[in-house]
Write a protein that binds this ligand. Sequence first.
Ligand code: NAD
Length: 259
Amino acid sequence: MKRYTIICRDQELSSLVAKNLHPKLQAIGMIHDLEQPELIITIGGDGTLLHAVHSFLDHLEDVAFIGLHTGTLGFFTDYTSEEIDEFVNDLQNEHRIVSTPLIHIECFNGGLRHDLYAMNEGRIENIIKTQTMDVYIDDEYLEKFRGNGLCVSAQIGSTAYNRSIDGAIIDSQIQALQLTEISGIHHKFFRSLKNPIILHPQTKISLRAESFEGAMLVYDHLNIDLHKTTRVDFTLGDKEVRFLRLRPVSYFSRLRNLF
Ligand code: NAD
């Protein structure tokens, strides 16, 4: 993996780290290639890596990602900016590639279909009025939900937004889709499941409504208006992100670092 590019958070420290890193990488024979990189090095935080993944969505099978964090160790980042020399040294040793599937999100609007991808989660949220939607699991009706919205997260996103709405954290050895409520309404006249539900990675979750007027689909750091959409399907796995792993970082050390 000789051809690399660096994607940097728009921040002075990240730019400085990138400036110091280029000569060190070139000294070990790596080639800066903006056109056809094999290795994407991100400098910043988890958000920087998330943005980078979305910029390379059409080339994911050709590239691997590794992140340097300008703060502490992150969920997607394996080195801090103080560990540049260690990082460059490790690049010359054995490595492995670990893949994580993206969530494929299909929005249906009449006969039209719109395809989107998310690494952490896709969530339908309506903060203007109560959103009512029907939940289907593999096309079988499960329930009618009422509330602000529903979040569908992948394993890697289980520690992100999903964690803030009391979803379960899923070990990195398990691939799954998790469906978690966002401010669901539960009282004596109406209730939905309430608990997060963790589903087999081949499951299709379908969220359907007569109207998603006022609702947004937020997927990772991006969003679209669901105006005119009547159905949104979530599945895992027709695209995956490849991470370069140079040294072992346990899932639980990342988790410990989080709170
Ligand atoms: P951002 O990039 O500023 O990230 C917000 C926080 O989420 C950061 O602290 C980041 O380190 C953390 N994060 C992102 N992915 C993570 C993961 N897989 N595990 C643990 N922590 C993670 O925010 P943004 O650009 O608006 O959105 C990017 C992501 O941030 C979203 O996918 C969402 O999951 C997460 N987020 C979380 C909350 C929340 O927890 N309330 C709110 C907004 C966004």
